[in-house]
Design a protein. Structure first.
Length: 417
C-alpha cells in the first residue's frame, strides 16, 4: 500500500503532480546533474514479492505469496524472495516482468546470485541481453570468452565494490574463490533475459558430433558423461571439497570491470557522494550503467528525472525514503531497506532521501543506458522566467525574485532535518 499525504490531495487521496511540484518548489529541495557539465553534454554519461515455491536446481516462475502483498508497485524485495534455483553450490533469484510487473516493456531486470564456498555459476550466455553485475561480498574470478575472430578469453578477479560488464551473447562464468559466500546483484537490459548454459548445450548434442568437433576418433565414450545427454543446464555447480583456493590472489585487471567503490566519487557534497560508472570512464558499457550513491544522515538526492534511461536501484545499506511521480499525477511514497529493489521508468520524477539521522544510506543505481542523462528540478525552475513560473504556480512573477538561480546543480544536498 502506497503512503499518500493527507493534505493537498485530490478526491482519491493522492497529491496531484502540480501540487507536488509546488511543494518541492516552495521547499527549495532542488538540484541537478545537468549543470555539472554543459547542458547538451550533461553526463550523457534507462511488488514487494516473495516467491512461495522453492525449487532445487530447477527454474520456475516466481509467484507472489498471498501473505506478502505489494507495498509499492515500484519495489521488489530481492533478498527476501525465495530463490527460484537453489542447491549446495548457491542460489539464483530473479525479478523479471513476470513476477515484478512494472518491468514489463522497460528492458531492465535484476538477478541476485549467491555462490557458496566452492560454488561455480556455469559458463553461460544471454542471447537477448547484456549484463552488468555489482559484487556485494566475497571474491570470485570470471572468464569471458570473446569468440571469433580473435578467440580471446579474459580471466580476472572480482572483488566487493567492483562492477563487471558482459556484452550480449558473450560466454562467461562466476567462480567463488573465497572462503565465504560470494554475492552479486546482476542487472540486464531486458525485462525477460534469456540464458543458455554450456552444460545443457553440450548435453543436447549427439556424442558423434562432439567427437568430430574435438577430433576424437571413435569408438569413444568421452562425451557420454557430459550432462547425461540432457538439454537442462546445471546452472550452479560445486567444486570438490578438497579444492585449494589461492590464499591471496592478486587483483587481476580487465577492460570488463571497474572498481566503482575504489574511484574518487565525481560528486561530493555535504549530503553525500556519487561515483559514476558510465561510458565516460567505463567505455566498454553498452545499454547499461551503474552509479554508487551514498547519502549521509538526512542527505537528499535532489528531485530529478532521466530522459533517456530507466533506473533500477538496489539498497546496499541503510534505508531510503522515496517519492515517484507518474504521468497523470499519481504519487507513490515509500521506504526501502537492505536488499530491496526499486524500479523507475524513464523520465518519471523522483527523489531519494536518507531518513536516518545517524547512519549512511548506500545504493547501487543501475540505468538502462550507458550514458544516462539527468535533469533536476533546480535546473528546470531556474531555466524559466518569473513570468512563466508565476503563471504556472498561480503566483505574482515578483514572488520568484527570491528563487535562487543556481548556475551549477548540487545533485546531492544535506537535509534540513
Amino acid at each position: 500500500m502506497s503512503i499518500h499525504p493527507e493534505n493537498n490531495s485530490d478526491s482519491d487521496g493522492k497529491i496531484s503532480r502540480r501540487t507536488f511540484i509546488k511543494y518541492v518548489g516552495a521547499a527549495g529541495a532542488v538540484f541537478t546533474l545537468s549543470s555539472l557539465l554543459p547542458f547538451n553534454k550533461a553526463f550523457a554519461a534507462g511488488p514487494n514479492n516473495t516467491n512461495a515455491t522453492k525449487n532445487t536446481n530447477t527454474t520456475s516462475s516466481s509467484q507472489t505469496s498471498p501473505s506478502k502483498q505489494m507495498a509499492s508497485p515500484h519495489t521488489f524485495n530481492l533478498d527476501a524472495t525465495t530463490p527460484q534455483l537453489s542447491n549446495a553450490g548457491g542460489s539464483r533469484t530473479f525479478a523479471n516482468a513476470d513476477n515484478f510487473p512494472i518491468l514489463n516493456g522497460w528492458a531492465m531486470s535484476p538477478y541476485l546470485l549467491r555462490l557458496e564456498k566452492g560454488g561455480v555459476r556455469e559458463p553461460h550466455w544471454h542471447p537477448n541481453a547484456a549484463e552488468l553485475s555489482y559484487c556485494i561480498s566475497g571474491r570470485a574470478t570470471m572468464t569471458i570468452f570473446l569468440g571469433s575472430p580473435n578467440l580471446v578469453h579474459d580471466t580476472f578477479t572480482i572483488d566487493p565494490g567492483e562492477i563487471v560488464f558482459v556484452p550480449q551473447g558473450y560466454l562467461h562464468e562466476f567462480n567463488n574463490i573465497s572462503n565465504e559466500e560470494a554475492k552479486f546483484v546482476l542487472v540486464f537490459n531486458n525485462e525477460r533475459p534469456q540464458t543458455m548454459g554450456i552444460s545443457g548445450s553440450v548435453g543436447s548434442m549427439p556424442n558423434r558430433v562432439m567427437d568430430a568437433t574435438f577430433g576424437i576418433k571413435p569408438p569413444s565414450t568421452f562425451f557420454n558423461g557430459f550432462n547425461k545427454n540432457s538439454p537442462n543446464d546445471i546452472v550452479i555447480g560445486s567444486k570438490p571439497a578438497n579444492t585449494v583456493e589461492p590464499a591471496s590472489m592478486t587483483r587481476i585487471p580487465s577492460v570488463h570491470k571497474l572498481n566503482l567503490e575504489g574511484i574518487p566519487p565525481q560528486i561530493q557534497t555535504a549530503g553525500g557522494t556519487v561515483a559514476l560508472g558510465n561510458i565516460s570512464n567505463f567505455p566498454i558499457l553498452s545499454g547499461l550503467a551503474c552509479y554508487s550513491l551514498i547519502l549521509k544522515p538526512n542527505g537528499i538526492r535532489e528531485p530529478h528525472w532521466h530522459p533517456n534511461a530507466a533506473e533500477l536501484d538496489y539498497v546496499l545499506g541503510g534505508r531510503a525514503r522515496m517519492i515517484i511521480v507518474s504521468p497523470g499525477g499519481s504519487v507513490d511514497t515509500f521506504e526501502v531497506g537492505l536488499g530491496e529493489v526499486v524500479f523507475i521508468p524513464p523520465a518519471f520524477f523522483h527523489y531519494i532521501e536518507n531518513p536516518d539521522s545517524v547512519n549512511n544510506m548506500h545504493m547501487a543505481i543501475f540505468f538502462g543506458n550507458g550514458s544516462p542523462q539527468d535533469i533536476g528540478i533546480s535546473g528546470g525552475l531556474s531555466a524559466n522566467s518569473n513570468e512563466v513560473l508565476g503563471a504556472t504556480f498561480d503566483l505574482p512573477p515578483t514572488y520568484f525574485n527570491k528563487l535562487p538561480r543556481l548556475e551549477r546543480d548540487l545533485f546531492v544536498v544535506a537535509g534540513g532535518g
